[in-house]
Design a protein around this ligand. Sequence first.
Ligand code: SR1
Ligand code: MG
Length: 416
Amino acid sequence: PYRILRETDLREYLAGLPAIVAQLGGAPADWSISEVGDGNLNLVFIVKGKSGGVAVKQALPYVRLVGESWPLPLSRAHYEHMALVHQARLAPDLVPAVLHHDGPLALTAMQLLEPHIIMRKGLIGAVSYPRFVDDISTFMARTLFFSSDLARGAAERKEGIAAFASNHALCKITEDLIFTDPYRIAEQNRWTAPYLDDTAAAFRDDLDLHVAISRLKLKFMASPEALIHGDLHTGSIMVTDSETRVIDPEFAFYGPMGFDIGAVIGNLLMAYLASAGHERTPGERAAFEAWLLDVVEGVWTEFARKFLALWRSEASGDGYPASLFTGEAGAARLEAERQAYMARLFQATVGFAAAKTIRRILGLAHNIDFEWIADEKQRAICEARALKLARSLMLEAPSFTTIATVTYAARELRHW
Ligand code: SR1
Ligand code: MG
C-alpha cells in the first residue's frame, strides 16, 4: 500500500530489491540516502552505495510546492513510467534507465545521472553545452514522430491516446497555470511587484491576448498529435559537456507536438533574456548569449530536418496514405505538404514558447533563471523584456515565419 517513504523505510524497501542491491553494492546500512527534490511536485532521493547510485522518485498525494491543500493523483508516477519506457525505446541514450517501478508506491528507481546537472542551473552559470542541439532535436524528432499518425496505424494510436487519457489532472495543471491564470486574477499568481504591476494588469485586460492564449489552450486540449513529454523545460533536462538526458515526463499525454518544442525554445529564450541579470564578464556574457541564440535556431532547424527525414524514410502510419501520392507529381505534392505541415508546427511552437514564458513571470510557478537575479529591479527589467517578446510572439505569430525572425526579435529586445 502507498505510504510516504522516509529515509529508513526507503533503505529497507530498496534492500529487498536484488537489482537495486546489485547496483548500489555494499551493505544497506552503509548506503547514503538524501532527499534532494527541488521540483514542484515530488520527493526525489539520491541513494549511494559502495559501487553505484540510484535516483528514486516518489509521487506525493499533493502538490509539494503548495502542500496538502492541493491534492494530486499518485497515478502520475504510472504515466511517467510509461512515458519513460516509450522514450527509452526511441531515444535510449537520452533518458535515464529505469531500474524499478512500483505502482502502488508511486515510485520509480532510475539510473543516477552523475555528474549531470539540471540544465537551467548550468545556463544561469553561463555554461554552454555543445551536444545539446543534436541531442534534444533527436529526442523530440524521434519521440514525436514515432507516436504520430505519420508513423503509426490508427488503431495503435487510439490505444496510445486512451492509455494516457486519464493523466488529466496533470493536464489540468497546465490548462490552468499556463493557459488561464496568468491572464486573470488568480490567488496564486505572483510577479516582481511593484515593477510589473502595470504589465500584469495589462495582460489581464488584453482581449487580443486572451483570444490568442485560448486558441493555444484549445490546441493543447484537443490535438492528440503525439505522445508529448508535457513539461520539457530546461529544469527537465540534465546535462554534462558530452551528454543530455531528459527527465520527469509525468505530464505526458497525447497532445500537440509544438508544446514540447515550444517549451524548449521558450525556456532558452528566457535564459537568454535573464542573462543580463547574472554576473558574468562582458566577454563571457556576449559569447554565452550569442551561443544561446544559435541554440534556439539550431533546436528548431535540426528538429525540423530530422523530423522531415523520418517522415520521408519511415512513414508507415495511416496519415497521408502512400497510395494517394504516387508518381512524380504525387511525390512532389506530398513534399510540398510536408513543408506546409512544418510551417504550421512552427506557428504552434512559437505560440507555445510565448505561453511558457508568460506563465513563468506572471503565474504561480516561476523559474530560477529570473528568480535568482537578486536585484529585484534588474530582475523586473529582464522579465519585462521577456514578456514583451512573448506578447509579440503570441499576437503576431504569423509574422514569425522562420526561427531567425524569432532570434532577431529576442536580440532587439535584449537592450529594450
Ligand atoms: C503546481 S505545479 C507547477 C509546475 O510544476 C511543473 O514542473 C510544471 O511545470 C507545472 O506547471
Ligand atoms: Mg517536473
